[in-house]
Ligand binder design. Structure first.
Ligand code: E4P
Length: 216
């Protein structure tokens, strides 16, 4: 399973990348706004800065919702760097745009996916990634990881090439469950990635080893 970090914060991206286990980055308009990135040129510069930090797929989301504008916007985003993946919402014009980008050699990440039916459409349109939002499904009282399992089964049975990019990760258990269920990618906040390191017995064991090392 590939590890992406889900943030537009350059310091956090750098910290995760320095661990040596980072395969890419996902952003969205909310994450960009959180970093105070405003205006077309600043947005482009920020994506460039992320691409310079991480050698892997970097998702940059279109802000328009009609086919023609999404195509124009996506072309501009894709021109920033070869690693840019155009992130497109799962709406009718979005599906059309994903098909257009696929036919024109531009990689896409179909976002805001909450059902297996939507994941089938994303795969049919040729999306490189499909992003089921498992934390938001949990928030609404359903089991988000069930959707990962369902999509993984469908994609395997149908031999769809689209990669399952588990998104809206809230905790360490989400990451572990996604790995178990066969997600191709998990995009997580830095806290959840670093959370994987933690176990109290590791801390207790290390303290004892260091104490005993003084007697060596
Ligand atoms: C990433 O591609 C998604 O936009 C992101 O994971 C959504 O996460 P959230 O539900 O925590 O906003």
């Amino acid at each position: 399973m590939k590890f992406f970090i889900d943030t537009a914060n350059l310091a956090q991206i750098k910290e995760a990348n320095e661990l040596g286990i980072l395969d890419g980055v996902t952003t969205n308009p909310s994450l960009m706004a959180k970093e105070g990135i405003k205006g077309e040129q600043n947005i482009i510069n920020h994506y460039k800065a992320i691409c310079e930090l991480v050698d892997g797929d970097i998702s940059a989301e279109v802000l328009s919702t009609d086919f023609a504008s999404m195509v124009e916007e996506g072309k501009k985003l894709a021109a920033i760097h070869p690693n840019i993946v155009v992130k497109v919402p799962m709406i009718k014009d979005g599906v059309k745009a994903i098909k257009w980008f696929t036919d024109n050699g531009i990689k896409t990440n179909c976002t805001l996916v909450f059902s297996a039916g939507q994941a089938i459409l994303a795969a049919k349109a040729g999306a490189k990634y499909v992003s089921p939002f498992i934390g938001r499904i949990d928030d609404s009282g359903w089991e988000g990881t069930d959707l990962i399992a369902q999509i993984a089964t469908i994609y395997a049975v149908q031999s769809f090439k689209t990669e399952i990019l588990a998104a809206s990760i809230r905790n360490v258990n989400h990451i572990i469950k996604c790995a178990e269920l066969g997600a191709d990618v998990c995009t997580s906040p830095l806290d959840s990635i670093l959370g994987l390191l933690k176990h109290p017995l590791t801390d207790i064991g290390l303290a004892k080893f260091l104490e005993d090392a003084k007697k060596m």
